[in-house]
Structures are given as structure tokens and as C-alpha cells.
Design a protein around this ligand. Structure first.
Ligand code: AMP
Ligand code: MG
Length: 412
């Protein structure tokens, strides 16, 4: 009879398991996309300014441009308005002893070194006069100088940064209309289990609706650098699983399964992965819940992650192990999958259980740096998970109320 070897050897710690896995992964590569499709993607090139910003000296206010030496005349007799320094038009020149109408972003005329804002002026016919003392006017006031934001060649956005709406704006402003970005990681999800039916079907009295497929898919799909290409359900049969896995490997960079990784007679995932050329990275690690998790590399730089079947286990391991691995192959910075906060646990006498493994505990967030533990009945308690905002991670050997890392379910 075979013994459960893993029961007698110490389990790999979470950080060691993740480090080993990340060390075996290759990024998926890069592509150019239209700027309108680049939001949320990871930039794969440094983008630099192609011209100064602003390109010329411009006004920061609506008002008039004058020369400082005419400030006193502006306050006493007023200055005649020579015209308008129109926005987007070539730089004009200011006739000596006059004022030129100007609007925000308009090019400051040569010969002008001050902009006086409209609120300080009285206009009558073609004469403009200052309402207040000329002593308040300062050289260069309300002028944005050419290149004060960036000079030609300055870094606008770095490779590896996430393309936020502000980055989209900056890329547009320097003419980067199709930036080089990391390809999205294609993920195929396969849920395993003879007991499972789809959400649209009625389960048998002892069966269950598949909740892991929709839950894990939605957790991953919150990240714009992940593309969930398929979610499929198979029975606990080696041949059926092998066929689904072979198919998934055609269209995905990473295959994620749920269930079938424990020690039961119907837990075929590790065997099937190995039969298709997969190489185990780890199986069973020192976490609770989620201990049975299995990870492997597949041929052609593909990644395989076998999440446990229990609903809470599947979700926490998807967030804490699958997501960082996917970030590594997406070229996404590790911070974007790091903890969402450091929090302490409001001490209400909850039993936090064993500390021989890293624990993930469902929590409600009650403040920016405080959470409350939620009662739950174990790793299948999906209603408790649905009531939670996320989970805290209590490292192996830790006691007390923290601070600990907090992971939110929602990527907001
Ligand atoms: P397994 O890891 O396959 O032994 O599954 C562990 C537990 O999780 C069993 O009680 C399963 O019924 C349950 N389970 C497995 N897969 C799913 C799923 N896709 N949706 C909901 N529950 C599941
Ligand atoms: Mg199962």
C-alpha cells in the first residue's frame, strides 16, 4: 500500500512555493495595440517626449499679455488692445505699449512677459485698464514656459507601468498612438467533478452547481492583462480531463483547474498533467485552506495551476498564488497583485486556529487599516465568503492581531 509521503515530509512554505514557481515562468511576449485599446495593459517600452511640453510659452489664464514696463500705464490710463494671440496660431508679436488679448493655452506674443488675468481688468471699447495696483504684477506671472513640464526626450511613461487613463493621455500627447504592450495572458479554466452541473441546470440531490468556474473566472477577469478564453467542466475521468487539457493548451498560456488535486481516488489532475508532459513545481503547501494546490509547467512555456475544489480554497489560492504567477508571465509589476493593505484584526476573541501553516481568514473591512474576522464553517463556506470583503494572510508561526496583509476580492 502506498503511504501519503507528503504527510510525513514538511510542507513547502507559501513564499518558497511562489518563489520557485515564479522562477520557472517566461513572459508571454509583446504586441502593439491601438491607444484606444491600451487602457489597463502593461507598457512594454519606455515612451519619451517627442517635443517640449508646453511646446512654446503659453498663457495659464484668460486675460491680456503685456510687457511689465507697461504695468503702470495699464493701471492709470489703460492700454489699447492690439488684437488676440489666438490659441493654436503662430506666435505673434506685441506692439510696444499695447496689450494683446490671450486665453488659456494661447501662445505668449514676443515682447510680452506678463499675463494679467481677466478678473483684474476693466475693458471699455478697445482700451483695457487694471482694477488694482500695478505693484501686484510680477514678471512672468501666469506664463507656462516652453518645456516646463517636459523637454524633448524626457521620460513620459516607463516600461512595466500599468496604462492608466493619465498614462493614456500622456501617450497621446507625445504621439504614441500604438504603444508596445505586454500581451494579455490567455487563461483556460477547467472545473473537475462528477458532482457538478452548470448554474443553469438542476443538481441531483447530492450534486452541486459549479461555483468555482464563475468565481475564479471573474476574479481573474478583473485584471485587464488577463484574458479568460474558456471555462469548461469535466467529469473525474482521466481521458476526459486529458482531452480538455490538451484542447486548452492550444489556446491558452495558462490552464487552471479546480478540484481533483487531493488524495482521493478520483483526484486525477496531477497524473493527467504529467502524462501530457507537465513537470510538477509543487503539490501541497503549508497553507490553510488550500493545502492540496498543485502547480506545474507545461510544454511550450505554458503554466498549469490545479486549485483545490473547495470554494473558499479555490478563491484564496487563485488570488494569492495563481494571480501572482499570471502577473509574472504577463510582465505585470508584482505590486499590482500584492496585498491591498496592511491591517490589524479587531480582537473579538475569535479562535484563529493552528499556526503551523499560513492561514487565510475571511474578513470584513471595518476601517482603512482594520478588519473583523467573519465566522465561517470551513473552506466550503461560500456564503461566508460572499459576506466578506476579502481575507487576511497570517504567516506561518504568527500570533496576535497583526498587522497582516489584506487582500480584497474586488480590484478597485
Ligand atoms: P475536490 O478537491 O475535487 O475533492 O473537491 C473538494 C470539494 O469541493 C468537494 O466537496 C467538491 O464538491 C467541492 N467542489 C469541487 N469543485 C467545485 C466547483 N467547481 N464548484 C463548487 N464546489 C466544488
Ligand atoms: Mg472533485
Amino acid at each position: 500500500m502506498t503511504t501519503h509521503v507528503a504527510e510525513t515530509t514538511p510542507l513547502l512554505a507559501l513564499d518558497a512555493a511562489l518563489d520557485t514557481l515564479l522562477g520557472r515562468l517566461e513572459p508571454v511576449g509583446v504586441e502593439r495595440v491601438e491607444l484606444s485599446h491600451a487602457a489597463g495593459r502593461i507598457l512594454a517600452e519606455d515612451v519619451r517626449a517627442d517635443r517640449p511640453s508646453p511646446p512654446v510659452d503659453v498663457s495659464a489664464m484668460d486675460g491680456v499679455a503685456i510687457h511689465l514696463c507697461d504695468a503702470h500705464t495699464l493701471a492709470s490710463d489703460g492700454l489699447s488692445i492690439a488684437g488676440e494671440a489666438s490659441i493654436g496660431a503662430p506666435v505673434c508679436s506685441l506692439p510696444v505699449g499695447t496689450a494683446m488679448r490671450i486665453f488659456t493655452g494661447g501662445p505668449v506674443p514676443t515682447g510680452a512677459d506678463v499675463v494679467v488675468m481677466r478678473e483684474s481688468l476693466i475693458e471699455a471699447d478697445t482700451i483695457v485698464r487694471l482694477r488694482e495696483s500695478a505693484d501686484r504684477i510680477r514678471l512672468h506671472q501666469h506664463i507656462r514656459f516652453a518645456g516646463e513640464n517636459a523637454i524633448c526626450g524626457d521620460m513620459i511613461a516607463r516600461a512595466g507601468s500599468r496604462i492608466t487613463p493619465a498614462v493614456i493621455g500622456a501617450l497621446a500627447s507625445v504621439g504614441a498612438g500604438s504603444p508596445l504592450v505586454q500581451k494579455r495572458v490567455r487563461v483556460a479554466i477547467i472545473v473537475t467533478g462528477d458532482e457538478l452541473v452548470s448554474v443553469a441546470q438542476t443538481p441531483t440531490p447530492t450534486g452541486l452547481r459549479d461555483s468555482n468556474g464563475p468565481a475564479v473566472a471573474s476574479l481573474l477577469a478583473q485584471r485587464s492583462w488577463i484574458n479568460v478564453v474558456s471555462v469548461e467542466r469535466v467529469r473525474d475521468q482521466k481521458s476526459e480531463l486529458a482531452a480538455a487539457l490538451r484542447q486548452a493548451m492550444q489556446s491558452a498560456d495558462c490552464v487552471i483547474t479546480t478540484g481533483g488535486v487531493s488524495m482521493g481516488d478520483h483526484d486525477h489532475v496531477p497524473d493527467v498533467v504529467e502524462s501530457l508532459g507537465g513537470r510538477e513545481v509543487f503539490h501541497r503547501i503549508a497553507i490553510k485552506p488550500g493545502k492540496p494546490i498543485f502547480a506545474a509547467t507545461l510544454p511550450e512555456n505554458r503554466l498549469f495551476i490545479g486549485l483545490p475544489g473547495n470554494a473558499v480554497s479555490a478563491l484564496v489560492t487563485a488570488r494569492r498564488i495563481a494571480l501572482p504567477a499570471l502577473a509574472a508571465i504577463a510582465g505585470a509589476p508584482s505590486q499590482c497583485v500584492g496585498p491591498d493593505a496592511r491591517v490589524t484584526i479587531a480582537d473579538d476573541g475569535h479562535d484563529m486556529g493552528t499556526n503551523s501553516r499560513t492561514r487565510f481568514l475571511l474578513v470584513e473591512r471595518v476601517g482603512p487599516d482594520q478588519v473583523r474576522l467573519l465566522k465561517h464553517k470551513g473552506s466550503g463556506d461560500l456564503p461566508a465568503a460572499a459576506n466578506s470583503d476579502g481575507f487576511v494572510e497570517i504567516p506561518q508561526g504568527s500570533e496576535g492581531v497583526g498587522p497582516f496583509d489584506y487582500y480584497a476580492w474586488s480590484d478597485t
